[in-house]
Design a protein. Structure first.
Length: 411
């Protein structure tokens, strides 16, 4: 990067909100992203970091996967944004591919631009289909920044936006008796993440998910699972919910669908739930949802996921990381108090938000980018590319060891 270009970038960065800059400084990420390639990102000076943030799961295939770059280039030559309400070959092919890729009877897709929008549609279709208004979720969830998604999420600052979506209730996570008591004839849907990545990777037990599914069926409510951070192999399975054997009525897929090259997300529903959309075809619109260019990229991403089966690599490399982190923690003198997760998503308990930020700063100094959990702010979340190599996994462990040694430094 030339000095002139760097100067311009710094001028732009100076216009960012001071709070954002302070937060980036606090975790050691106060640099300009430069080159991006595979599991890595480079700063403006050319220094290489392993990307353990992955855009909160957006970059499951790593940064700028070559086939996706070529697919995007070709799509821009062949098509354009398209018209959201109209059928196109690109939309139809992606919908067909998703129906084949996702387990169970989730055959119908509604395309969005981002996770929050995909979750909002899930809430709207649940209310529309059931004719009920009550939305139940569990404590500790994190679903996005838009209206319904924010109302369902556990965030201490969400009330700053004024009155939130009404008739949203929170249940204690994992409590079967509480769920049975809460889910009733007023309930439109029960919504949760199978693995709460931002809340120290707290996992919903298979028996708990099965009980939720059974109670929803008995009461005529829908079971909505948000796999934005766990889909396409993150936990060592294609989708986290597969381990439980539960089949949701609605599945939220986040921005990983676009492979980090184009903003596209999706909400999948069953044919039964889709009867509401058939009766009200224009009740939900998204100007840029299901962009034909984005559909081309997503279709190629699904092809790559199916071919590479990154869930296998996630399981293998995840075991390497887990064993290494536990070995580090077992030596004593480490700031890491606990570790939770599976596959290629791990959460490290540092004891306090201040310690978590210090650990992130130390990790960045040693070439690894990680961030604190959005809900459990005393934790640090590690989620590298699902295609990370064994050598890169060892680099991650080396960086974690170094960060554990000097995590208290602030400079």
């Amino acid at each position: 990067m030339s000095s002139e270009t760097l100067g311009k970038c710094q001028d732009v960065a100076a216009l960012c909100p001071a709070g954002s800059v302070e937060w980036l400084q606090a975790i050691g990420h106060d640099f300009l992203e430069g080159k991006r390639e595979g599991a890595c990102v480079y700063d403006e000076a050319g220094r290489r970091y392993i990307d353990g943030v992955c855009g909160a799961g957006v970059f499951n295939l790593g940064r700028r996967y070559p086939e996706l770059v070529r697919a995007l280039d070709q799509a821009m030559r062949d098509t354009d944004q398209g018209n959201f309400p109209m059928i196109s070959e690109e939309k139809a092919l992606l919908g067909q591919a998703l129906a084949q890729f996702v387990p169970g009877a989730l055959e119908c897709s509604m395309f969005s631009v981002m996770r929050g929008e995909a979750m909002d549609f899930a809430c709207k279709v649940a209310r529309g289909f059931t004719g009920r208004t009550e939305l139940l979720t569990v404590d500790g969830g994190c679903y996005g920044q838009t209206g319904f998604a924010l109302s369902l999420s556990e965030r201490v600052d969400k009330e700053a936006f004024g009155p939130l979506i009404p008739d949203v209730r929170i249940m204690p996570f994992g409590d079967v008796d509480a769920a049975k008591a809460a889910i009733g004839e007023r309930t439109a849907a029960v919504l949760l993440e199978p693995l709460q990545v931002e809340n120290h990777c707290r996992a919903a037990a298979s028996a708990y998910l099965q009980e939720l599914g059974a109670r929803c069926r008995a009461c005529g409510a829908l079971l909505v699972l948000d796999e934005t951070q766990t889909n396409f192999g993150r936990t060592g399975l294609r989708f986290a919910f597969e381990e439980s054997g539960v089949e949701p009525d609605v599945l939220v897929l986040g921005e990983a669908l676009g492979g980090g090259l184009f903003p596209i997300a999706a909400t999948l529903i069953t044919q039964r739930v889709n009867t509401f959309m058939n009766a009200h075809p224009m009740i939900h619109l998204s100007t840029f949802g299901g962009s034909d260019v984005g559909c081309c990229v997503a279709l190629k991403a699904l092809e790559i996921f199916a071919r590479e089966q990154p869930w296998q690599n996630a399981a293998a490399r995840g075991q390497t990381l887990h064993e290494g982190i536990e070995e580090l923690r077992g030596k004593g003198g480490t700031p890491i108090r606990g570790v939770a997760g599976k596959g290629l998503v791990w959460s490290l308990d540092l004891g306090s938000p201040e310690a978590a930020q210090a650990f992130c700063r130390s990790a960045a100094r040693h070439g690894l980018l990680v961030v604190p959990g959005q809900v459990a702010r005393h934790t640090v979340v590690l989620r590298p590319s699902l295609l990370v190599t064994e050598a890169e996994a060892m680099e991650i462990l080396d960086a974690l060891r170094a960060a554990a040694t000097d995590h208290g430094e602030t400079s």
